[in-house]
Design a protein around this ligand. Sequence first.
Ligand SMILES: Cc1cn([C@H]2C[C@H](O)[C@@H](COP(=O)(O)OP(=O)(O)O[C@H]3O[C@H](C)C(=O)[C@H](O)[C@H]3O)O2)c(=O)[nH]c1=O
Length: 202
Amino acid sequence: MVSALAGTGDAPPSSEMTIHAIGNTDARLISPRVHRDGRGAFARSWSADIFSAAGIDFTPVQGNVSFTRRRGVIRGMHFQRDPWPDAKIVRCSMGRIWDVIVDLRPGSEQFGQPQVRELSCESWVMLYVPPGFAHGFQTLTDHVIVEYLMGERYVPSAYDGFRYDDPAVAVRWPEPISSISASDLKWAPLAGRVSGFGSNDQ
Ligand SMILES: Cc1cn([C@H]2C[C@H](O)[C@@H](COP(=O)(O)OP(=O)(O)O[C@H]3O[C@H](C)C(=O)[C@H](O)[C@H]3O)O2)c(=O)[nH]c1=O
């Protein structure tokens, strides 16, 4: 017997996503309206109309997904250099992560200051990371899936990053570190390499 599910009616599009500022940055926390029923739940992960109404110029051109087996793993910090800075929507689709973004745009009010948020499958909350930010996360559980909608294509020659312990940014990681890729350990210091981090910004 197939049970009919109650409709959700025609709510205005803006009610499908609530967008919150993060500090004085143009990064945003996005809380989608979660439609729950006897089967489970449904929510939007992006909306051109809602983003446009919120003044966010973002159109996905690539989708990425990563699976991380163990708690305590750090992925990042990553960014793409100009002229291909990669804005992204980040969502944690399984488990929980300690998510970190850092504004690398010289002159911005929050330049070099880590902004951290816990993202989890249960919360459904997503993060909009503007172009010019670095992004990374540490897993807070085993078996983590993180999905991305990317505002820029992957350009290997522009793919860049910095170490989790770069003294110019001083990110706090909550868990004992269980694993970091060899490539993420090889990033050169930001000081003297990325505009705005002078050689004495230790
Ligand atoms: C980002 C990317 C990577 N790759 C290749 C490059 C490597 O051979 C392999 C794994 O890449 P990586 O070790 O950089 O994967 P993550 O450490 O999960 O990187 C991601 O995690 C941090 C937290 C992010 O914010 C970025 O979205 C992204 O950099 O996939 C691709 O083929 N296409 C891509 O778009």
